[in-house]
Design a protein around this ligand. Sequence first.
Ligand SMILES: [Zn+2]
Length: 215
Amino acid sequence: MGTLPIARQFDEVSKELVAKQDLLVAAHTERDDIKHELSRAEVDVEQVVARIERDEKRLSSGQGSPKELEQLQHELGSLGKRRAELEEVELEIMVRIEEVDKRIRELDGECNSLKEQVGDLKARKEDELSSLESSAKRTIEARAELAPMIDGELLSLYEKVRASGDGIGAAKLVGNQCMGCHLTMNAAELTRIKALADDEVVRCEECRRILIRLD
Ligand SMILES: [Zn+2]
């Protein structure tokens, strides 16, 4: 059985939504990881800042030998450099968080619009399916009314042909063309058919379907 275009579209957009939602989850995980990285970087900076404050206090107290004080000053120089480096790292991490936040906002928007589309397609799909169902029901009812009026032998021939003919057991003959297989018959064949009695069952030479002669 074929798939309704609307059902296929619904499946495609649903898949797209799932893929986007996966990306969104991944982006949130990435954000959590970067946040942890930021916390570690902040701790690193705090530790260096604490050491700088301690060293500065010792230096300003003036206690210790000149050699020790010189060492302290040297250490403060390195600590200052280290602090700048760590703050640079911290800044880079913050930029990455901004980037991932931007991506999350975009993915959020895309997911919301896809969700709307999925909802819309679902409603349309259900509408089409229910109208197909009621049309099938009407056809079945019409057939049930007609079938008893048709000769039993003809009806079973029709069913047999229908089973082997893609669901089409009878076809109109329009001019010299069978509407079942769309092939045309030659003039001699057409003349022969036209000469037959109206209640004679005529079948297409090509597709074997029962031909309905309308003229
Ligand atoms: Zn035919």
